[in-house]
Design a protein around this ligand. Structure first.
Ligand code: ASP
Ligand code: MG
Length: 449
């Protein structure tokens, strides 16, 4: 059971987390926790202030202290506070000395930043374990630096699965076998030689998936603050529904569109080992949530969700001389590569290519370089609308329904066929909501679908 920052954001929320774990104890729970909501950002902000030789870093260290102090003193009483406050003191002292180092050296390496930004989980895990114990559930905080062995890519470390598996066996499994709930820090790990690393922002889901895969767990539950993945953004379409089940590939498509529920790369270790991942809501624990499972081929071929992303730029390049020539596409992509500009959708004709880019920053430079290759047009702001589902390549009539429902919307570009799970199109940004509503209505409302 992994609990994110909002789920452990206050004493009250931590109490409900403890209750959720208690109710599921018979299933032999391993908990993975994020830092208290906002704490990782705060720790990083302090580091940047220290780097800029801004004395305000001291205020950040105080805030880290007082934020946790308030939670500890609300959550547990009397005697039980002592070890928690001692632990908090020690970590804030460590934090101050790291900040002082950054300040004095005027240097902040990724390695140092990892040591700093991982402190939040080292506090939260101890607090959550204490909350469980206060509710008569034997629990023990587990510092993930002893469990998740990673490479040395600081800031984005990758787990070394064989080594980590041995650690899971030595550090986590024995607790479970004694009936103790291990409360593992998310997000952090350490290299083979014990240097602290982090798995990248939002990395606690990754921790849950790594540990869950290696135990192996019967199921991985990602407890968050929404009911699961939705058929559409509920702020745009009030009739949005929770998707009961998606495949890994569908979840990956949805993530690109900012279904920020979870990043699919982080659940890969679990999916590869066939362990189901369920997204659940701490605020509404009886809701079934969304199940993400490996299988994608089976089940009816149908749309699962409508996703969209605004702020898209379309770059069109045409070169009539390229008719029947080769190498044009390579030269076009070389330009995007040189400017480190990711390209999302692509459509081509014999003499032209259109592409979408979602960060406009490098577009002017890209445009200048592309001009050497042909005639360039830049269109924006646009939106990508994507119908995400499964089995699209074997479903007759789907495109007809999509385009019929959009008969009043001007479609600028279409991308289909690259995968079985997605048909994407581009419309002007101010048409995005309308297109999304029409598509959602067509596939998910009025008992259709
Ligand atoms: N606390 C870390 C972050 O904010 C990791 C996580 O919450 O998943 O990025
Ligand atoms: Mg998260």
């Amino acid at each position: 059971m992994k609990f994110g920052g909002t789920s452990v954001g206050s004493a009250e929320r931590i109490r409900s987390v403890a209750e959720l774990v208690r109710e599921r104890r018979a299933r032999r729970v391993v908990a993975v926790v994020s830092a208290l909501g906002g704490v990782t950002d705060l720790l990083i902000r302090g580091a940047r202030l220290a780097l800029a030789r801004d004395a305000a870093w001291e205020g950040v260290a105080r805030e880290v202290f007082s934020r946790h102090h308030a939670v500890v003193t609300t959550l547990v009483d009397g005697r039980r506070q002592d070890p928690l406050l001692a632990h908090l003191d020690a970590l804030v002292t460590e934090l101050r000395s790291l900040y002082t180092g950054v300040y004095n050296l005027e240097e902040l390496t990724l390695r140092t930043l990892d040591a700093i930004s991982g402190i939040g989980e080292r506090v939260s895990s101890v607090i959550v374990a204490a909350a469980l114990e206060a509710g008569d559930v034997p629990a023990s905080a587990v510092d993930a630096r002893r469990v998740v062995v990673t490479d040395e890519s600081f800031g984005r470390a990758q787990p070394l699965m064989a080594e980590t598996e041995a650690r899971v066996r030595d550090e986590v499994v024995p607790l479970v076998e004694r009936g103790v709930v291990p409360v593992v820090c998310g997000y952090i790990g350490a290299t083979r030689t014990g240097v602290a690393t982090t798995l990248g922002r939002g990395g606690s889901d990754f921790t849950a998936s790594i540990v869950g895969a290696l135990l192996p767990a019967e199921e991985i539950q990602i407890w968050t603050d929404v009911d699961g993945m939705m058929t559409v953004d509920p702020r745009v379409v009030p009739g949005a529904k929770v998707i009961p089940e998606v495949s890994f590939a569908e979840a990956a498509e949805l993530a690109y569109f900012g279904a920020k529920v979870l990043h699919p790369a982080t659940i890969k270790p679990a999916v590869e080992r066939g362990i189901p991942v369920r997204v659940l809501n701490t605020l509404n624990p009886s809701a079934p949530g969304t199940l993400i499972a490996a299988a994608s081929g089976d089940g009816p071929a149908e749309p699962r969700a409508i996703a969209f992303k605004k702020g898209i730029t379309v770059v069109l390049i045409s070169q009539p001389r390229m008719l029947m020539a080769y190498g044009f596409v390579a030269r076009v992509f070389e330009v995007f590569d040189r400017h480190r500009t990711p390209v999302d959708l692509i459509a081509t004709s014999e003499v032209s290519i259109s592409l979408t880019v979602d960060d406009p920053e490098t577009v002017p430079a890209v445009r200048t370089d592309l001009a050497a290759l042909g005639e360039v047009q830049v269109l924006g702001p646009m939106a990508i609308i994507s119908v995400v589902g499964r089995g699209f390549l074997r479903r007759a009539g789907l495109a007809a329904r999509i385009f019929a429902s959009l008969r009043e919307v001007n479609v600028v570009m279409i991308s289909f066929g690259a995968s079985d799970v997605n048909l994407s199109l581009v419309v002007a940004e101010d048409q995005a909501e309308k297109a999304v509503r029409l598509l959602h209505h067509e596939f998910f409302e009025d008992g259709r679908g």
